[in-house]
Every structure is written in C-alpha cells, then in structure tokens.
Write a protein of this length. Structure first.
Length: 47
C-alpha cells in the first residue's frame, strides 16, 4: 500500500509482482521472464 501511494504521488504506474523481495541476484529469481518483459515495456517509446 505504501509503495502504491508513492507511485500515485509520483504520477507513476504501480506494478505489483507479489512477494519477490528485492530484485537482485540474491533473490533467486533466475532468468525471470516476467521481469524481462516489463523491462522491455519500459524501454519502448511513449506514444
């Protein structure tokens, strides 16, 4: 809820990926295709 409030205040989109913890090598996410897909969305130019 707190992170969602920050996103709203900043005019950002909030994306909830569940209980992933920190997104880093120690998190054990491995290749994490959903994360790669989200990164690709962020890299696309806005229309």
């Amino acid at each position: 809820a707190r992170a969602q409030g920050f996103a709203h205040s900043w005019g950002s989109r909030f994306v909830n990926y569940g209980a992933r913890g920190h997104i880093n090598a120690d998190s054990g996410l491995g290749d994490w295709p959903e994360g790669l897909q989200f990164l690709e969305q962020l890299q696309r130019p806005k229309e």
